[in-house]
Design a binder for this molecule. Structure first.
Ligand code: MLT
Length: 337
């Protein structure tokens, strides 16, 4: 090797070592290594008392213990979860503002023409949380006692039946769209900032029906405040075995599984992503969390899907899938309301 080549190689090594030293001692790298040193805010993009809020509070409790800093839940509701998502998209990528969101994040690009963020790139996926079915519930004063009676009633009176939902693009709204498609009659959709307040109005009989995640539907059904009619999957939910599945009710296309994921703003440093993903994994393996999930018919994702990479792949695939589904259903930003 010539002297000149040796000099060039030595110079390259020096440059690499210098770059490493700078990155290790830069304020950003140091902050990532020390993380977390203060309270972390977990944004729930729906109202308090709903299923996203319930899941977020379970995670926040466990993750606070693992991270040694308090994780507090903040409900930033509105416009089907897009207001809260936009807030986190704008936040500093320092691990102190996180988002829990579900498949509404993936449907929003097809339903809102004015989003201030790109759902594909605005967030750093930290890991998938839970997945489970939804349940079509009705006020307990409805005359229909069974799924078949309800379907007949909806087909006859659909345009007079008030169907609450949690905002355009929410799970409850997408579920109502699937039901409308399955039975061929559209109900009168009534938007709320989350299924927490929607459920309150269902319990007091101010609306007729709601498609809610099992997380919050199951406790209401078992305590008798609302009536459960159809579970949107082919497997029944243990705690409410008497509630028919969609295929058993004759509506196999009324099939919908929800899922939540945890996010940070884009460009969050890998060291912080690793810490948050590990703390999430501890929460999902916590027997108390697993038991609480099971009791309400939802479940953590299998461990093989706990990585940020698996989460990112699901996010991108679901944006494509909901784009196709909504297009086929003829649902656009203009017709979704
Ligand atoms: C909520 O917490 O209110 C929900 O996740 C709403 C929904 O998407 O149905």
């Amino acid at each position: 090797m010539s002297f000149a080549t040796r000099c060039r190689r030595l110079a390259a090594v020096v440059v690499i070592i210098a770059a490493c030293a700078i990155s290790l001692t830069s304020p950003r790298a140091a902050a990532a290594n020390d993380y977390p040193t203060r309270i972390i805010t977990l944004v729930v993009p729906f109202a308090a008392g709903g299923p996203s809020d319930v899941i977020a509070r379970l995670l926040a409790h466990s993750m606070s213990q693992t991270l040694g800093q308090q994780v507090i839940v903040e409900n930033v509701a509105g416009a089907g979860g897009t207001v809260g998502a936009a807030r986190v998209a704008r936040a500093a990528p320092d691990g102190y503002t996180l988002l829990i969101h579900h498949l509404a994040l993936t449907a929003a690009p097809s339903l809102y023409s004015n989003l201030s963020y790109d759902a594909r790139t605005a967030f750093t996926p930290l890991g998938l949380v839970n997945t489970g079915p939804m349940v079509l519930v009705g006020r307990k004063t409805l005359a229909a006692q069974t799924a078949q009676e309800l379907i007949r009633y909806f087909r006859a009176e659909g345009d007079k039946i008030t169907m609450a939902h949690a905002g355009v693009g929410s799970n409850a709204h997408l579920c109502a769209i699937l039901l409308t498609q399955a039975i061929g009659v559209k109900q009168v959709y009534v938007p709320y900032n989350g299924t927490g307040p929607a459920m309150n109005d269902l319990v007091t009989g101010q609306v007729d029906a709601l498609c809610d995640q099992s997380t919050t539907a199951v406790p209401q059904i078992t305590s008798g405040t609302v009536r459960g009619y159809i579970v949107t999957s082919s497997a029944p939910i243990d705690a409410i075995k008497e509630v028919e599945t969609a295929p058993a009710a004759g509506l196999p296309a009324f099939d919908m599984a929800i899922w939540h994921g945890l996010y940070a703003p884009k460009d969050t440093p890998p060291a912080i992503v690793d810490k948050l993903n590990s703390a999430l994994a501890v929460a999902l393996a916590d027997p108390l969390v697993v038991e609480r999930f099971k009791a309400v018919g939802t479940a953590p994702f299998p461990t093989s899907e706990w990585s940020p990479q698996a989460h990112k792949a699901r996010l991108l695939a679901e944006i494509e899938r909901w784009g196709r589904l909504l297009k086929t259903a003829g649902v656009t930003p203009a017709t979704a309301r």
